[in-house]
Design a protein around this ligand. Structure first.
Ligand SMILES: Cc1ncc(COP(=O)(O)O)c(C=O)c1O
Length: 395
């Protein structure tokens, strides 16, 4: 941004710095982009026209800040069945994004300066929202079993923990059952809230998924976040937040004075898309496409980048290829040609010093053919790093 520095508030300056860092890290197609080519646009448009043409008051008038009742019912049913989330429709709040849900939760649950814990490495979007809300953010390390529960502060003090238990972002590991139980025990004992971000578990290719952490929670400490912006398309801007019953009114009120409500027309369409079985049908097809992309990426990288072990790839739309400890992954990514899929340095996802180096490879918006070509384009840049001293260490 050029020109005269505007007289921003302290919070405004913080938000500007955090937001500009996020914008700078965006890539042309967006790292979170998905395969819109395969989306059943005709079905979506048919449902859209039906609601728009009928001129229903519910889609033209101001709507409930919590979301359309039909969508809240459909989402509650969907996550009860597929994720083992325990909830009534009343606890489901429709929001525009995970990002908005984290922002609302931070502002409603944290006083300025309160401690919020995040995974290290972790999702920069969550970190930024917590910092922008005035929280003091601390990282808790992640290893091959997910967040290291023994490293949580023993004494009460932290107010909130943000976590991606089903598919840790960015490492891709799954939080073990023992650690899930330890985490819930810790939250109940210290009075902390847990924000569970279940952003991409719909895309599971191998093995059986572990149910959501929220389903194991007996003390009402977990807030569950899901998004349709990844599973359907990023331009949709519909996500959801499931809150413990005593928080429902506060979140409804917070949403009302934040930006009112989400647009009702796409909500009505999404409700039909879920209830009519189109969502499940699309998911089966999308999963097959992404599995083919994952397979191509794993095959190509394993063959071309000997010495760059891969992290787990059983779920989601990205994986990590680890580089030797001393590699400068940020500089490497800056010099890479366009691969036809997203590439990001692992270092970027650490809040403190990066303990591991690697490349995040995003295959949400590409094809097996482009992956084959793209890995070929990247190899002359990556291979020299793998020949040097030192080995890549996988967490
Ligand atoms: C961990 C994580 N949570 C959430 C999201 C995005 O969700 P939304 O667009 O709904 O904010 C992403 C995007 O890829 C993500 O990586």
């Amino acid at each position: 941004m050029g020109g005269v520095a505007p007289a921003l508030s302290r919070r405004g300056r913080l938000m500007t710095d955090l937001g500009l860092a996020e914008i700078a890290a965006d890539q042309p197609a967006g790292l979170c982009a998905t395969d819109v080519a395969g989306f059943p646009a005709e079905t979506w448009n048919r449902l859209l026209f039906r609601h728009a043409r009928r001129g229903e008051a519910s889609v033209y008038r101001p709507a409930d800040p919590c979301g359309l009742p039909a969508l809240r019912e459909a989402l509650a049913e969907h996550i009860r069945l597929t994720r083992g989330v325990q909830c009534q429709a009343r606890q489901v709040l429709v929001v525009s994004s995970t990002q908005q849900a984290i922002d609302l939760a931070a502002r409603l649950l944290l006083d300025p300066g309160a401690t919020a814990l995040v995974e290290e490495p972790g999702y920069p979007g969550a970190r930024a929202a917590l910092l922008a809300a005035g929280a003091t953010v601390r990282g808790v390390p992640v290893d091959g079993e997910g967040l290291v529960a023994e490293r949580l502060p023993a004494r009460p003090g932290a107010r909130l923990l943000y976590i991606t238990p089903s598919h840790q972002f960015p490492l891709g590991v799954t939080l073990s059952l023992a650690r899930r139980l330890a985490l819930l025990h810790w939250a109940a004992r210290t009075g902390a809230w847990i924000l569970e971000d279940d952003y991409d578990s719909e895309f599971r290719y191998d093995g059986r998924p572990l149910a959501a952490l929220q389903g194991l929670d007996r003390e009402g400490r977990v807030l569950y976040l899901g998004t349709c912006n990844k599973v359907l398309f990023p331009g949709l801007r519909l996500a959801y937040l499931v809150v413990p019953e005593p928080l429902v009114d506060a979140f409804a009120a917070g949403r009302r004075i934040s930006d009112g409500f989400s647009p009702p027309l796409p909500q009505a369409v999404l409700a039909d898309f879920l209830a009519g079985g189109y969502f499940a049908g699309y998911l089966r097809q999308a999963r097959a496409h992404y599995a083919a992309c994952r397979d191509a990426l794993v095959r190509r990288v394993t063959r071309a980048w000997e010495g760059a072990p891969l992290g787990p790839s059983d779920t989601g739309l990205h994986l990590v290829a680890y580089l030797p400890r001393g590699s400068n992954d940020t500089r490497l990514v800056r010099g890479l040609p366009d691969a036809g899929f997203g590439v990001s340095p692992l270092s970027r996802y650490y809040y403190g010093e990066a303990r591991h180096r690697g490349l995040l490879l995003f295959y949400g918006a590409t094809t097996p053919e482009r992956i084959a070509r793209g890995v070929g384009l990247l190899t002359p840049h990556v291979a020299p790093l793998l020949k040097g001293a030192g080995r890549a260490v996988v967490p």
